[in-house]
Write a protein that binds this ligand. Structure first.
Ligand code: PGA
Length: 250
């Protein structure tokens, strides 16, 4: 994961059917430009489209990831679940773990920790989401929440070179709101320091997520600590996604 100047991760959530896949041709062509060689672009479609995305992007530098996984690395009697091994077998390279939309539906720090360990055992890269709710922010709990999420989520994890941290304040996801520049910088510095101290990692990769769009991307890019973006809604429209990348790489 070195030699990359910025990460752009598309979280398609529960959007997109078979027909959607071809709409990313624009993005594939765009990514071929020399200017964007050092950009890492990762698409995380629903499970149902993982194979299609892997096939469709195979002659490009775009990589593919899943949006979640089961904590069991291989298989088991878990109706409706998908394991890291299954995801890997499709050619995906990443898994988003700990997204707030999954934390709400039951993924606590301990389950997230198990999922991360399973994904890393499969040699997959993890996009590890952390972030405070609005209530936690109001109660001045942001830092303690982030610390707990990081430390519990990475319990017994020794090497974090395959982990991308995604700081996503929960109150910014899908709301059109983003924190003040100072607040984001402050949290990034805090997260970075914590990871450096705990994991002896020189340069952890931390991206920002939550209502990233072509309108706020310029101000977000002024925060040098941000190494990239996890984009939900705005990544579904290829033109918008391209616009975000264009405005970030000048
Ligand atoms: P959003 O979603 O960009 O639509 O706010 C981000 C995310 O959920 O990762």
């Amino acid at each position: 994961m070195t030699n990359i100047n910025k990460y752009f991760i598309a979280n398609l959530k529960m959007y997109g059917n078979k027909k959607y896949v071809k709409s990313i041709k624009k993005v594939i062509d765009f990514k071929k430009k020399k200017k964007y060689t050092k950009v890492k672009l990762i698409y995380c479609p629903p499970y149902t489209l993982l194979s299609d995305f892997v096939n469709y992007t195979k002659n490009s530098s775009i990589e593919v990831g899943a949006q979640n996984c089961h904590q069991d690395e291989f298989s088991g009697s878990y109706t409706g679940s998908i394991s890291p091994n299954m995801i890997k077998s499709l050619g995906a390279k990443y898994i988003i773990i700990g997204h707030s939309e999954n934390r709400i539906s039951g993924d606590n720090n301990s389950i997230i920790n198990k999922k991360i360990i399973s994904a890393l055992s499969q040699k997959l890269n993890v996009i590890f989401c952390i972030g405070e709710t609005f209530k936690e922010k109001k109660n001045n709990k942001t830092k303690s929440v982030l610390k707990k999420q990081i430390i519990s989520g990475l319990k017994k994890v020794k090497k974090i070179n395959k982990v991308i941290f995604a700081y996503e304040p929960v109150w910014c996801i899908g709301t059109g709101k983003i924190p003040k520049t100072k607040e984001i910088r402050d949290q990034f510095i805090f997260i970075k320091k914590l990871i450096k101290n705990r994991f002896n990692s020189k340069n952890p990769i931390i991206v920002y997520g939550g209502s990233v769009d072509p309108k706020n991307i310029k101000s977000l890019n002024q925060i040098s600590e941000i190494k990239g973006f996890l984009v939900g809604g705005a990544s579904r429209k290829p033109n918008k996604f391209i616009d975000i990348i264009k405005k970030s790489i000048i």
